[in-house]
Design a protein around this ligand. Structure first.
Ligand SMILES: Nc1nc2c(c(=O)[nH]1)N[C@H]1C(S)=C(S)[C@@H](COP(=O)(O)OP(=O)(O)OC[C@H]3O[C@@H](n4cnc5c(=O)[nH]c(N)nc54)[C@H](O)[C@@H]3O)O[C@H]1N2
Ligand SMILES: Nc1nc2c(c(=O)[nH]1)N[C@H]1C(S)=C(S)[C@@H](COP(=O)(O)OP(=O)(O)OC[C@H]3O[C@@H](n4cnc5c(=O)[nH]c(N)nc54)[C@H](O)[C@@H]3O)O[C@H]1N2
Ligand code: SF4
Ligand SMILES: [Mo]
Length: 880
């Protein structure tokens, strides 16, 4: 008899860099129950909407379960044999730099370490770069210029202990929700604490802010240079700290001259109030993210921020410091293992001969490159030129997420040999693979990740590897064996890899490096299995804590450096044809290219299609109406997106999220529009600085549909999202099909015997159709000459239900309330429910909404939106 073992596995969330602890309990049927780990110091039990919905993303329906060669199932031996043959032949004929790995901050540290060792020590090329180039490269470069090392000085407690938290280029409420909730809770407990948001958009993060500075895009250097001057003018410089620990003060100050007010685009009074607040508040943390990093001046922006903290000595002390928050779960770990093309492992530099020799000896490496490899954008250019002939992509989706994504997609399609390791075959990149390798995913993998505050946590497997899927480190080691390097890669577990890595970090520390986890070099398998979250450094002399408060830096002189940084004009100028600045970024409930979050119906309800936010003045000038379709064009490509008219964006600027792909929308890949412009120091793309032209898409018809079967689409505009028992679809086109019933049958894959109820609505140029099978709703389609006004949430919940008149009206009957678009994903509470309760129960606070409806009481990610709904109703009441 087998006894069911009650078990709850401690692991870490695979999404953002907050790095929340998760308890995963297998349900015995291949699924998991997921809750927050109260003992984890990143989240103390909290999870955001994405973390809470993890259980909905572990199903196997779209997983790739066997290796495939040119689309045909293959054995591992055959697949890796082909990969090794092709890599070996390419290297023999064209040299090691004719091959490349493009990897990811979503690999675990052990996977990452092995990939890096393989490419840099054995293939003998530095052509391994990572999607962290699109994410953290400017922070890395800025840190190294100022501190001599890529190290985040502070801890999460600093955000709670600060008297002023500045969030610049960070939509923390949506992108690091648990950290944001920690700040909001700290402010609630200590209302004197101030929050300032610097962002061209009025984001959800602004809802907790005392001040929002709607900065002109790219103007961060001007803004922080102005702050530096103010610091000097009012005598807030920490002269003793600067004298003993900082170089470059005078140069930085003399570079910081210009007409700051005009350049920042921020009202002069507001700017001065912010400067005064910053200058007089000792305990200040400046948090920054992609609004800073993803810029043609990203590294200078980072240094402009660091300059202010160095000048005031507000760094590495409780409640003070610059704080670059990391995006991906292991963005930080990837930086530590040297995943970037210019790094070696353990913060050692590839172009430093002593570092190179040390690592070569340690790895007993047969071939080490002497120069940095190609950075992401350069790498895909080299692929396009044919200079790189074999590419291996792991855990990232460059055909969607790279700038000039159409060109990148074509470059990958044209590459002689492409290997992709992924958990699914259904990605824009995986579809281009010659060899597709099935990796294990979150919930199955074993290893470690490092979060934004340098805390190393274990990811642990709670589910078995499905089908033939293998762990990423194992795939790489098996490949190495095929290449003849088996002995150097004969690891039997991630623990063994981790020990080797920790040992190397001790050697690096001996060379003056700060990344040191040598205290874990002797960790046993059992200790690794039980490893509790631990902040580095972990050595005989140090454990965790902050860096640089003691004035010790890691430059050659041991002193920090303030950099002279100057504002430059945007790299891409707007012109008559492309007059709008395109800002891009994230939504609350989706993760990047949605290969996981789109599996959750709950997460798919919040934002169900690609959209464009545009200011009311611009919209009316262009004739764009709310819920119409925008046709967006740049020199690089085209996107169709739903119009949201809102004064949350500034005139002349628009925002489009990054999540939609060719799998989920007709023309929704925003990176098709973004130019391949990079920061000259870090090589990070200017993902928020493209210019575009916008027109109204001349839709002859609009549609909304739900379908049990996955639709096979044929329309100029479509976007597809999961509903509970099928799919929901947004549609638009120019010329309407003659026969909607026939169109629907084909698109929804309906058998001839399915019954169709059709109401033609000629007056509104439309039709309403319901398709039934055995009396139950299989699909419904609503078309109209105007954007379709039916209740999406109601219809999305009706698939499979017994036929009802409401299926043709698209609205619930009077007796059934229509919840409206989901606001609270945890308890599935819609906007109409919330508005109705605010009115009927006179709810006046987010807490009161929580008591009445539960909304906002679990993960808290929707609390900013609840606050906004309260404000909107209060305004309405005030106006009435
Ligand atoms: N829900 C969700 N959370 C995520 C992710 C996700 O996909 N979904 N991804 C994770 C990853 S990998 C990352 S890197 C992080 C990113 O986290 P964030 O950086 O917070 O997210 P973004 O939305 O990319 O951009 C942040 C803000 O920068 C602003 N911005 C644009 N240009 C400028 C500028 O010139 N100056 C300033 N000051 N601000 C500007 C934008 O308006 C935007 O609100 O999120 C992580 N968390
Ligand atoms: N315009 C614009 N572009 C951007 C950004 C932006 O703000 N604006 N942000 C940039 C940033 S910061 C980032 S981080 C990137 C993110 O962009 P990507 O890295 O391209 O996006 P993901 O969807 O996270 O891709 C991860 C892939 O790994 C697969 N995967 C998941 N788990 C595993 C695993 O365990 N093993 C393997 N082998 N595969 C796995 C997933 O199915 C998915 O295909 O996008 C960048 N691009
Ligand atoms: S904040 Fe959300 S997405 Fe980020 S690690 Fe925590 S639960 Fe995961
Ligand atoms: Mo990122």
């Amino acid at each position: 008899m087998t006894i069911a073992r009650p078990c709850q596995i401690k692991t870490t969330c695979p999404y953002c860099g907050v790095g929340c602890g998760v308890l995963a309990a297998p349900d015995g049927a291949g699924g998991l129950k997921v809750t927050g780990d109260k003992a984890h110091p990143a989240n103390f039990g909290r999870l955001c909407s994405k973390g809470s919905a993890l259980a909905e993303t572990v199903g196997l329906d779209d997983r790739v379960l066997t290796p495939r060669i040119n689309g045909a199932d293959a054995s591992w031996d055959d697949a890796l044999g082909v990969v090794a043959d092709r890599f070996r032949a390419t290297i023999a004929e064209h040299g090691p730099d004719s091959v490349a790995f493009y990897v990811s901050g979503q690999l675990l540290t052990e996977d990452y370490y092995v990939a890096n060792k393989l490419m840099k020590g054995f293939i003998g090329s530095a052509n391994i770069d990572t999607n962290s180039r699109l994410c953290m490269a400017s922070s890395v470069a800025g840190h190294k210029r100022a501190f001599g090392t890529d190290t985040v000085p502070g801890t999460y407690e600093d955000l709670e202990e600060a008297d002023l938290v500045v969030l610049t280029g960070s939509n923390l409420a949506w992108c690091h929700p648990v950290l944001y909730q920690r700040i909001v809770a700290a402010k609630a407990a200590r209302p004197s604490m101030k929050i300032v948001v610097i962002d061209p958009r009025r984001t959800a993060t602004c809802d907790a802010a005392d001040m929002h500075l709607p900065i002109a895009p790219g103007a961060d250097v001007a803004l922080f240079n102005g702050l530096l001057r103010r610091i000097r003018d009012v005598g807030a410089v920490d002269a003793a700290f600067v004298r003993s620990a900082v170089d470059g003060f005078d140069e930085a100050l003399s570079a910081a001259t210009s007409k700051i007010d005009a350049e920042t685009g921020v009202d002069g009074d507001l700017l001065r109030r912010f400067y005064d607040l910053w200058v007089r508040t000792e305990k200040v943390v400046t948090v920054y993210s992609q609004g800073v990093n993803q810029s043609s001046q990203g590294t200078d922006k980072v240094n402009a921020i660091l300059n202010c903290h160095l000048a005031t000595g507000r760094i590495g002390k409780p409640g003070m410091g610059p704080f670059s928050v990391t995006g991906q779960p292991n963005a930080m770990g990837g930086r530590e293992v040297g995943g970037l093309a210019n790094m070696l492992a353990c913060h050692l530099d590839i172009e430093n001969a002593a570092h190179r020799m040390t690592v070569r000896d340690f790895w007993q490496a047969p071939a080490m490159p002497e120069k940095a490899g190609l950075k992401a954008v350069e790498m895909f250019d080299a692929i396009e030129r044919g200079a790189i002939k074999a590419l291996w992509v792991m855990a990232t989706n460059p055909a969607v997420s790279m700038p000039e994504a159409d060109r990148v997609r074509a470059a990958i399609a044209g590459c002689d040999f492409v290997v992709v390791s992924d958990i699914t075959a259904q990605t824009d990149t995986a579809r281009l693979a010659h060899v597709l390798l099935p990796a294990t995913g979150w919930g199955e993998k074993e290893g470690t990740v490092t979060n934004s505050e340098r805390r190393i946590s274990r990811q642990r497997g709670a589910l078995p590897a499905p089908g033939a899927a293998r762990h990423d480190w194992r795939i790489l080691c098996d490949f190495a064996a095929h290449m003849g390097w088996g002995a150097a890669f004969d690891y039997s577990s991630p623990a063994e890899i981790f020990r080797e890595y920790a040992t190397l970090s001790g050697i690096a520390a001996g060379m003056g490096k700060d990344f040191d986890i040598s205290g874990l070099a002797g960790i046993s398998d059992a200790e690794y299995a039980d490893l509790a979250p631990v902040q580095w450094p972990v050595s005989a002399t140090r454990s965790g804590g902050r860096f640089f408060g003691d004035g010790q830096f890691f430059t050659e002189s041991g002193r920090a450096k303030m950099l002279p940084v100057r504002t430059t004009a945007p790299a891409t100028a707007a012109d008559r044809r492309y007059p709008f600045r395109l800002n891009t970024g994230r939504v609350r409930d989706h993760w990047h290219t949605m290969t996981r979050t789109a599996k959750s119906p709950r997460l798919s309800q919040h934002m169900a299609e690609p959209y464009l936010e545009i200011h009311p003045d611009d919209a009316s000038r262009l004739g764009l109406r709310p819920a119409g379709i925008a046709d967006v064009e740049s020199r690089a490509g085209r996107v169709l997106a739903r119009v949201i008219v809102t004064d949350r964006v500034r005139p002349g600027e628009v925002f489009v999220p990054m999540h939609w792909t060719a799998e989920t929308a007709a023309l929704g890949r925003v990176d098709a529009l973004v130019a391949s412009v990079v920061d000259p120091v870090s090589g990070q793309p200017d993902s928020k600085g493209a210019v575009v032209g916008i027109a109204s898409f001349a839709a002859g018809w609009f549609g909304f549909a739900v379908s049990v079967a996955k639709p096979r689409l044929d329309a100029p505009y479509w976007a597809m999202a999961r509903a509970r028992d099928g799919w929901r679809l947004e549609l638009a086109g120019v010329e309407a099909p003659e026969d909607w019933e026939a169109w629907g049958r084909a698109v929804f894959g309906l058998p001839p015997e399915a019954e169709a109820l059709v109401v033609s609505d000629a007056a509104r140029g439309g039709a309403r159709l319901a398709f039934l099978s055995e009396g139950r709703l299989q699909a419904a389609l609503f078309v109209s000459a105007q954007p379709v006004a039916v209740s999406r949430s109601f219809m999305a919940g009706q698939l499979g239900a017994a036929a009802a008149p409401a299926h043709l009206s698209g609205q619930p009957g009077q007796d059934v309330p229509d919840p409206g678009a989901t606001v609270c994903a945890c308890f599935d509470v819609g906007v109409n429910t919330i508005l109705a309760s605010i009115e009927s129960q006179q709810l006046a606070s987010v807490e009161a909404i929580g008591v009445a409806l539960q909304a906002g009481t679990n993960c808290g990610s929707c609390r900013p939106e609840l606050a906004a709904l309260l404000t909107s109703t209060l305004h309405r009441e005030a106006a009435e």
